[in-house]
Design a protein around this ligand. Sequence first.
Ligand code: 13P
Ligand code: SF4
Length: 336
Amino acid sequence: MSAERLEYTDEVAQATLGIYKKLEDQYKAEHWKTLAPYIYEINRLKREKNAVILAHNYMTPDIFHGVGDVVGDSLMLAQKAAESDADIIVQGGVHFMAETSKILCPEKKVLMPDMKAGCSLAESITADDVRKLKADHPGIPVITYVNTSAEVKAESDVCCTSSNALKIVNALGAEGHDTVIMTPDKFLAQNVAAETDVKIIIWEGSCMVHERFSAEDVRRMRAQHGNVFVMAHPECPPDVMAESDFSGSTAQIDNYIKEHKPAKAILMTECSMGGNIAAANPEVKIVGTCQMCPHMKRISLPKILKALQTEEPGVHVDAEISKRARVAVERMLELS
Ligand code: 13P
Ligand code: SF4
């Protein structure tokens, strides 16, 4: 790409005007002029290379609204990766998401704009840990949150996301399992356990973003903001969930807002969610606090552009691990 193409030309301004109209409350005009050329060039290169960008709800609004082709929660991104006929997938998200895409589409090039974009949940458990759990609890099926490495998925019977965890646990319950192992998020497991008769053996992992919210935060913000609708992600501790009006995955939160348009909402989740929802729902006021995920925030427009230009770095998953992990991911997709 030539240096000129990165200039904010009339052509760039015109091509990105519709996006800017959505985002002008969030980006000052001068800042937008530095972002728009990247959006323009990324979108051009995507067409040229038959590439698709999967953007998680925690991507910043310039990425989410500017270059994301498929946007959504972890489940939706996995489903769309499986269906995509693109040659290249660029993962707007963290490493475990790119691995899931590669597991489902081994023939495609899956690019990760920053390989250091990890996840505290994925780091909390290893394949060895799962093998030990299985040895300690023979015959008990292992349900693993998608926020894990391919090796951990390969040791598991079925995966889940925050949007289908309860469904998956109950599906195994209906198959006759009165107990399941759920890894690695202790809060997601506790929140699911509160809604099912299936006994859940819990692993002690947590999300470094959602574990920071407290029930006291919810009470303080309610006092500060009056009549406000509080929405919490199920990676939050159970007492936060108990104080909230709604709980769901990032896509379920998004869908609820689109459908019900609460006048004022607090989102107990990652900060970019609020920006993305505000841009798409100008009549809803997002108030209160949020927490930033340092891993998600490693992904930027310049890094996405570089990944598309160089077709690096690519995500690789060992073929044998991939085959076994795919069984667990596909079983989840079937059950959801
Ligand atoms: P969902 O988008 O599936 O709700 O997951 C949230 C999350 O923390 C992903 O890292
Ligand atoms: Fe992992 Fe939490 Fe960040 Fe999601 S928000 S990537 S679960 S650390």
